[in-house]
Design a protein around this ligand. Structure first.
Ligand code: URA
Length: 471
């Protein structure tokens, strides 16, 4: 058996892997014939020839999985991924749906670990001002996986107007307000130890710390100690934890009028009365507000262009969406992507959001179990959704599932009897099922039929929206 040796750059060599896959698939090279290795510096002779003439068509969920797993530090990642590509391109196109397949299971776990690492970097990285330089900031971070390229866009979006550098033991990333550059590893000592914002972070954290929710084990699990030294506010944790008991008693002794349920709404009303003038302002308010549902950690905002033909509204973010901070990226989102593709709809041209902006869940051991939001909770979030859609101005709003319908119609309507074109407060709408419902149908035949009807709904909605544009 002739062995093909493929050398890729150290770290997450997305482009190198893609190119190698094109070469190997074009040469019909089976996975067991490939030896994958990584090297810090590749000579021209090591690298596979560039094959831009060969296209390997992969389902979007496979491409997404590859982009995450390539960032994993497991040396077997490229071999595992190529085994997946081989099977997907050799008769097992929907392999990722077979969650029990050992390869799929292992890769899904690796992707999850990378997503978690990305989430931790988004959440726990803290910039410090470089002394005597007004406009320059630095941060130190220790990621577990090769995620620098994967996170750079997030920090550029959030901090476009000052120059910054993020140093890590595996490489660095620099933004000069116009372009991103990746560089060699850095040292923690190169980053300023403290700055004037430190006190501000502490005050902010102390004011948002909820003593009634304190669970030290869980807190360590979500915010491992290795990140604490980067985060000025964590100096306060020991004292806040010590005083949590008495703070809970103080809170419980307060009259009902100041209970958690009413406070955020009032505060929110006041802020909304001032009137967000843009979607960005509204999103700022949503992100800063207390979750109104049990469990919710961060707000997951809608995403997509303004004035789209279609806006899709789901129920609430799930576990994966809560980790990634983006709507419909987990299993239901992947099914939605596939159905959209089959209906000829380009997701990037649509606006996608949820009726409820936080993940409502119950913790069971390590698992976070989805809980359906109540009518009251949906009503609470309805304001935001209405405002959001006012800004976005889609031609047609697709309500997926009962919660979205409740939020858009203002009352509960059975899906089966109302499925199809609808009107939400004078706005053109369309009612269909939620993709999670399709995932839960146990019988394969029934599932297939329900999925085909969902794709038909999407096609119908798209046609309707198109008519509005032409009119
Ligand atoms: N289900 C939803 O309703 N929304 C998401 O974003 C994900 C799953």
């Amino acid at each position: 058996m002739q062995i093909e040796s493929i050398s890729l750059k150290e770290g997450a060599d997305q482009e190198g892997f893609r190119n190698a896959v094109r070469c190997l698939i074009a040469g019909d090279v089976a996975p067991e014939r490939v030896l994958w290795q990584t090297a810090s510096s590749l000579s021209l002779f090591d690298a596979a020839p560039v094959r831009s003439d060969v296209a390997v068509s992969l389902p979007r969920d496979v491409a997404d999985l590859i982009s995450k797993v390539v960032c994993h530090t497991d040396n077997a990642r490229y071999a595992l991924l190529y085994a997946l590509v081989w099977r997907v391109t050799h008769g097992e196109r929907h392999l990722l749906e077979v969650h029990s397949d050992p390869l799929v299971f292992r890769l899904a776990l690796m992707a999850k670990e990378v997503r978690r690492d990305i989430h931790k970097m988004h959440a726990f990285l803290r910039f410090r001002q470089v002394p005597a330089e007004d406009d320059r900031y630095m941060a130190w971070f220790e990621p577990t996986h090769f995620i620098l390229e994967a996170v750079a866009g997030f920090f550029v979006d959030r901090f476009p107007s000052f120059s910054w550098s993020i140093l890590t033991p595996i490489g660095s990333v620099h933004w000069d307000k116009t372009a991103v550059r990746f560089g060699p590893p850095g040292q923690r000592e190169d980053v300023p130890a403290t700055d004037a914002f430190e006190a501000g972070w502490g005050d902010y954290y102390a004011s948002t710390f909820n003593p009634a929710r304190i669970n030290v084990g869980l807190m360590r699990q979500h915010m491992p100690k290795k990140y604490w030294h980067n985060m000025p506010e964590t100096n306060l944790i020991p004292e806040l934890v010590r005083s949590a008991g008495s703070r809970v008693e103080t809170i419980m002794a307060k009259p009902v009028a100041s209970s958690r349920k009413r406070m955020p709404k009032k505060a929110l009303e006041a802020r909304l009365d001032a009137g967000p003038r843009t979607l960005a302002e509204l999103n700022g308010i949503i992100s800063a507000s207390e979750p109104f549902v049990q469990g919710g950690t961060r707000a997951v905002l809608g995403e997509g262009p303004m004035h789209p033909e279609l806006a899709f509204v789901g129920e609430q973010p799930g576990d994966q969406e809560d980790i990634d901070g983006r709507p419909f990226v987990g299993p239901a989102g992947q099914l939605l992507d596939r159905a959209m593709q089959e209906a000829g709809i380009d997701r990037s041209k649509c606006y996608v959001t949820n009726a409820v902006k936080h993940f409502k869940f119950q913790q069971r051991g390590k698992r976070r179990l989805h809980q359906t939001p109540t009518m009251g909770e949906v009503k609470h979030y309805r304001w935001w959704l209405e405002k959001e859609l006012e800004f976005v101005q889609p031609k047609l709003i697709v309500a997926m599932g009962a919660t979205a319908v409740m939020a858009l119609a203002g009352k509960a309507l059975p899906i089966t009897r109302n499925r199809g074109p609808a009107e939400f407060d004078g706005h053109a709408g369309y009612i269909t099922v939620h993709p999670s419902y399709l995932l839960r149908i146990p019988d394969a035949g029934a599932k297939h039929q329900a999925y085909a009807a969902f794709v038909d709904d999407l096609k119908h909605a798209e046609k309707l929206a198109h008519t509005f544009r032409a009119a």
